[in-house]
Design a protein around this ligand. Structure first.
Ligand code: NAD
Length: 326
């Protein structure tokens, strides 16, 4: 394959690139990344001789169109996004620019080169709050996003679905639950807890800490993306919902407070560091997904939460990244 990976210097994208280079050394891989605050180009150092790295914006028509042509790209895996919910609440603008207009630019490029397969990485947050006892969301469920971030991701998804029908582009969309692991930006939930605890600072926990998330280790997400990439989804089914949309979940829900306590235990730090802070506006209580279609492809998570958490904590111990939210 001649692969374009957007957002490949970010958290999930960098793991995908490292794993793909190891598993498919014959593929030619181009990484396009704007290098926002969430990126670190050095994540890709182990494979820098195997890939072409281009600093640029997915919303830049000239860069994207030229790159697809010059590098003879046949597959796009799109991780590029603005991703921090709190940032989207204070300023939705960059989220609309990348997550909506950037996605539309990739669609336009695929329309011009219809042989390209376009795998777009979306999120469980597009379904909105599932609530206590609510049934896991399936890919045909309505999108009821709660934050500007989730709304911008839902808009990107809908633009792609419309383009599949109107222009016949060959696309698929994945929607995954919360990821954790090395390389995640300092502002996110688990890195914030680890960094605060390591510095013996108060650990900010929204509301009463009882919100639930379904945590998937980042490499398990990457494996699911590879599995989906390896199937013939572009022609899988005439019905968009059954052939082109894939939920990915760990099916291992935990309350935020339980995650904080687990990290404190790994670090040997006291629970007195926990500091409840006013809840985020529009904070979803719970997400839950039905990922049976992805599991039917032969994928299942491999990394137990305790093992993944240990690895994550050890990584942050040795790579303290710049802070923005404690
Ligand atoms: N982290 C999670 O828990 C999670 C869960 C489900 C889905 N997702 C989705 O997975 C994708 C990757 O998430 P992440 O956590 O790795 O994000 P991240 O914020 O860590 O990384 C995003 C990357 O995209 C790059 N980028 C941003 N805007 C760009 C633009 N306009 N052009 C080119 N590159 C740009 C950034 O520089 C960065 O390298 C996102 O689409 C996100 O919605 C994330």
């Amino acid at each position: 394959m001649n692969l374009l990976v957007t957002g490949g210097a970010g958290f999930i994208g960098s793991h995908f690139v490292l794993r793909h280079c190891a598993q498919f050394p014959k593929d030619r891989l181009v990484v396009l990344d704007k290098l926002t605050y969430a990126a670190d180009r050095h994540f890709l150092d182990p494979v820098k001789d195997q890939i072409t790295f281009i600093e640029g914006d997915i919303a830049d028509q000239t860069i994207v169109f030229n790159l697809l042509q010059e590098k003879k790209i046949d597959t796009i895996v799109d991780f590029a996004a603005e991703t921090h919910v709190d940032n989207s609440i204070s300023d939705p603008g960059p989220f609309l620019q990348t997550n909506v207009l950037g996605v539309q630019n990739l669609i336009n490029a695929c329309r011009a080169r219809p042989q390209i397969r376009f795998l777009h990485i979306s999120t469980d947050e597009v379904y909105g709050d599932v609530g206590e006892g609510g049934r896991p969301r399936t890919v045909g469920d309505p999108l009821v996003p709660s934050s500007p971030y989730a709304a911008s991701k839902a808009a990107g998804d809908l633009l792609i679905i419309a383009a599949m029908r109107t222009y016949g582009i060959h696309a698929a969309i994945t929607r995954c639950t919360n990821n954790y692991g090395p390389h995640q930006a300092a502002e996110k939930f688990i890195p914030t807890i680890i960094r605060s605890a390591l510095a013996d600072k108060p650990i900010p926990v929204y509301g009463n800490g009882r919100n639930k998330r379904d945590w998937l280790f980042v490499t398990d997400h990457c494996d699911a993306v590879e599995k989906i990439l390896s199937t013939d989804w572009a022609f899988a089914d005439a019905a968009i919902h059954s052939g082109h949309l894939f939920n990915i979940s760990a099916d291992d829900e935990r309350e935020n407070l339980a995650v904080v306590r687990a990290i404190l235990e790994v670090l040997g730090k006291p629970e007195s560091l926990i500091s409840f802070v006013p809840d985020r506006p529009g904070h979803d209580w719970r997400y839950a997904l039905d990922s049976s279609a992805t599991r039917a492809l032969g994928w299942a998570p491999k990394v137990p939460f305790e093992k993944g958490l240990e690895e994550t904590v050890q990584w942050y111990r040795s790579h303290v990244r710049s802070s923005s939210s404690t």
